[in-house]
Design a protein around this ligand. Structure first.
Ligand code: NAI
Ligand code: A1CAB
Length: 266
């Protein structure tokens, strides 16, 4: 089996690194091409992947094609490759935010291809991803199973109605950036009080990691866990109230509103 990546940017690289680390397939069976030689050729050489000279050459040899180009370019890229898709009939997986199955289907001009829309996040690189999947009309069950297994090897997966992709994109696709922001804000506060930034970042990353694991393992909701940390008359509740006065929860929800609004513009 060969998996071809069209696009070698941040998302494609995260999936490719995850597949290499999980030893999901021989690295030379990962094919890659993108618009910028300077990004994909050194990356392919570094990881032992096969660099391809064009998108068309890549599709001709791939059993699975992962489209990971900017959303605005995705439909033009697939429309250009129609002849190669028709001939090879690979499973086509698009990770482009805001590009619907109907748009993909229309631009591929195919009623027989297995088309899958996926929304992964960059944590697939370390086997801790969260990926949603939805299938096109003609997608064969065995093809969906194959793609589910691929993303399961890189973290957790969930089937999702296409109407919920924008909110999933905000809560899982974009949210690593928001989690990094929170970690950075905590560690910057440590710097304010004299800690070295690297030391503060290590402390906060481990604390957020442990807290996320606790939420995931718990059958209660985060509010109950907050109460466990907040000693009566103690420091935590003082901090929580000050964060709320500054509008932390409203700021987060407004950020998600803006993320969803942007995806719906596409
Ligand atoms: N970065 C992320 O965390 C996530 C990104 N996505 C989606 O992944 C896609 C790519 O995003 P990023 O990797 O962040 O962008 P990026 O800008 O890092 O990478 C885009 C890649 O596409 C290539 N490209 C552009 N036009 C091309 C063409 N005509 N043929 C071949 N390659 C071409 C570029 O050379 C580059 O390698 C987007 O559609 C985005 O919505 C989805 C989930 C998460
Ligand atoms: O920022 C973006 O548009 C992409 C989609 C989800 C994460 N990154």
């Amino acid at each position: 089996m060969k998996i071809g990546f069209i696009g070698a940017g941040h998302m494609a690289q995260a999936i490719m690194i995850g597949l290499c680390q999980q030893k999901y397939l021989a690295t030379s069976d990962i094919l890659v091409h993108s618009a910028h030689k300077s990004s994909y050729e050194p990356f392919a050489a570094e990881h032992g992947l096969t660099a391809m000279p064009s998108n068309a050459a890549l599709v001709k040899q791939s059993d699975i094609v992962i489209l990971a180009v900017p959303a605005k370019q995705t439909l033009a890229v697939v429309a250009d490759l129609q002849a190669e898709f028709d001939a090879k009939q690979p499973i086509v997986v698009s990770v482009a935010g805001g590009v619907s199955l109907a748009q993909l289907q229309e631009n591929l001009d195919s009623t027989s291809l297995s088309i899958i829309r996926a929304m992964p996040n960059v944590n697939v690189a370390i086997g801790q991803g969260m990926t949603a999947l939805v299938t096109g009309e003609a997608t064969r069950a065995a093809d969906l199973t194959q793609i589910e297994q691929l993303f399961q090897a890189l973290g957790d997966i969930t089937p999702l109605a296409e109407k919920d992709f924008a909110v999933f994109g905000a809560l899982a696709g974009s949210a690593p950036a928001y989690a990094y922001l929170f970690i950075d804000a905590l560690s910057r506060a440590g710097v304010k009080y004299g800690l070295d930034k690297a030391v503060a970042t290590k402390i906060t990353a481990q604390t957020v990691l442990g807290s996320a694991a606790n939420v995931a393992a718990s059958d209660t909701n985060p509010w109950a866990l907050i109460d466990q940390v907040s000693s009566p008359g103690g420091t935590t509740v003082a901090g929580l109230l000050a964060m709320e006065e500054a509008g932390l929860m409203t700021a987060v929800v407004k950020g998600i509103d803006a993320t969803i609004a942007k995806e719906n513009e596409a």
